[in-house]
Design a protein around this ligand. Structure first.
Ligand SMILES: [Zn+2]
Length: 268
């Protein structure tokens, strides 16, 4: 009996501890749609919660709430989805997302899930909700049209991760039109070739998750993680996520996706 009580007490303590840890930065997804896709949203939330640990300074925020849905947008191909913040709060010198939306085109779901790209697409779009490319100008790390990201933490990572010691900025995408330009790391437009900028493992910038076109297999760079530090979060730079392996794309099936980064209306 005594042992059992000890076990219950230990279980209660563990629950309290984990609740405390989760309070630092929670991503809550209110998903309405086919339950078959629920796990993709849960997994993406866990992914970013593992890399973004909280907020710098003292803020009253504990996370982000995202309304996610799968709706008819523009038929097959074209816009696969759009996402972004739709509520923000300025605290401690940064503008943070408080609420956001993610909408995916029902006509493209069969392709995205069947091809294995949907997990990447959701992670990519969720990053936009959290501020990647959408809150850069508000937080002083980018000037629209400049093509030059200047946030200190990400730039420092870029210099070492991609062996660009003399870089004074990270190149930002200017092609692809509205929704793609000014909101992603730069790559050859339409994903049409490698950039020649590679990390120590030989991963080209082309395959990084947060470029304007999705090229599998993807990986998330330390540069992208540090970018979240530049816009006010605390981050976990270690362990570095490993590249995902999706052999069917490594074999050369072209995957050219465009992501709209602004809320409220889909963009071509
Ligand atoms: Zn995007």
């Amino acid at each position: 009996m005594k042992n059992r009580l000890h076990q219950l007490a230990a279980a209660a303590l563990m629950t309290v501890a984990s609740m405390g840890a989760q309070a630092a930065f929670d991503i809550t997804v209110n998903y309405s749609g086919d339950s078959a896709y629920q796990s993709y949203f849960d997994n993406a939330a866990s992914f970013w919660e593992g890399l973004i640990t909280g907020y710098q300074g003292s803020v009253s925020l504990t996370g982000v709430t995202i309304d996610a849905s799968i709706e008819a947008i523009d038929g097959q191909w074209g816009t696969l989805g759009y996402a972004g913040p739709n509520g923000t709060s300025v605290q401690g010198g940064f503008r943070y997302t408080t609420t956001g939306i993610m909408v995916f085109d029902s006509a493209d779901m069969a392709y995205m899930t069947g091809s294995g790209t949907f997990a990447d697409v959701i992670r990519h779009e969720m990053a936009h909700v959290l501020g990647f490319g959408t809150l850069w100008t508000y937080n002083g790390v980018y000037v629209d049209g400049s093509g030059q990201y200047t946030g200190a933490a990400a730039l420092a990572e870029y210099q070492t991760e991609y062996n660009q010691p003399g870089a004074t900025y990270i190149p930002v995408e200017l092609g692809g039109g509205g929704g793609t330009a000014d909101g992603h790391w730069n790559e050859v437009d339409n994903g049409a070739g490698t950039t020649g900028i590679t990390d120590g493992n030989g991963n080209d910038m082309r395959n990084e998750l947060m470029t304007g076109w999705l090229n599998a297999p993807t990986y998330v760079s330390r540069t992208t993680i540090a970018q979240f530090q530049d816009i006010g979060y605390t981050v976990n730079l270690s362990p570095v996520p490993e590249p995902e392996t999706m052999m069917m794309f490594a074999l050369g099936l072209p995957v050219l996706l465009r992501f709209a980064r602004r809320q409220n209306k889909p963009q071509a």
